[in-house]
Design a protein around this ligand. Structure first.
Ligand SMILES: Cc1cc2nc3c(=O)[nH]c(=O)nc-3n(C[C@H](O)[C@H](O)[C@H](O)COP(=O)(O)O)c2cc1C
Length: 162
């Protein structure tokens, strides 16, 4: 059994898609490592692998957009998690609009927010982007079940892990 699998295999976080826009470029990837990290003020952290194209754009971005997906949005998860922006323009294949600070907001998200990047934290092979929410929207509690790790586990990451 690999290190910590006895613990890590029990986790089933909600998945999100994080998008970044900077310098005329857009990027986005599926993210399982994310959580609220402060109550007052509200802060949220998303962890982006330093090998992903999304990281290369996000490190230059002032804001990121974070989206929760409905469980039946498996196709969107496959696009953002199973393909790399190095090979395909993901934004030609989804409906999106520009929001606060030039952020790219996906139209079919269950819930989303745009966050200003306050800090970047070294976490190992992922970098934590601590976000201050500045704009948000979605279906609230009336929405259906969300896409979780258990629904996305079979997607092979689009960008090689190392
Ligand atoms: C189930 C699953 C969870 C993932 N979690 C993360 C994550 O937390 N952070 C991250 O940077 N990439 C994560 N990835 C990997 C990226 O979504 C994937 O490599 C993507 O294709 C990168 O696209 P990009 O090169 O356009 O940025 C995950 C992928 C899958 C399938």
């Amino acid at each position: 059994m690999a290190v910590m699998d006895v613990f890590l295999d029990r986790l089933d976080p909600d998945m999100c898609v994080v998008t970044a826009a900077a310098g005329g470029e857009r990027a986005g990837c599926l993210v399982g490592f994310s959580s609220q990290c402060s109550i007052r003020p509200v802060r949220y952290v998303v962890w982006i692998s330093d090998v992903n194209r999304t990281f290369r754009v996000a490190r230059l971005a002032d804001v990121l957009a974070v989206h929760l997906l409905a469980r039946d949005r498996r196709g969107t998860a496959e696009l953002f998690g199973g393909r790399s922006g190095d090979d395909v323009d993901k934004f030609r294949r989804v409906r999106w609009r520009e929001a606060y600070g030039g952020a790219a907001v996906l139209e079919d998200a269950e819930a989303w927010f745009v966050g200003r990047v306050l800090e970047r934290i070294a976490g190992g092979d992922h970098v934590g982007f601590v976000l201050e929410p500045v704009e948000w929207g979605g279906h609230g509690k009336t929405g259906g079940p969300l896409l979780r790790l258990a629904d996305a586990r079979t997607i092979a990451p689009g960008h090689p892990v190392d």
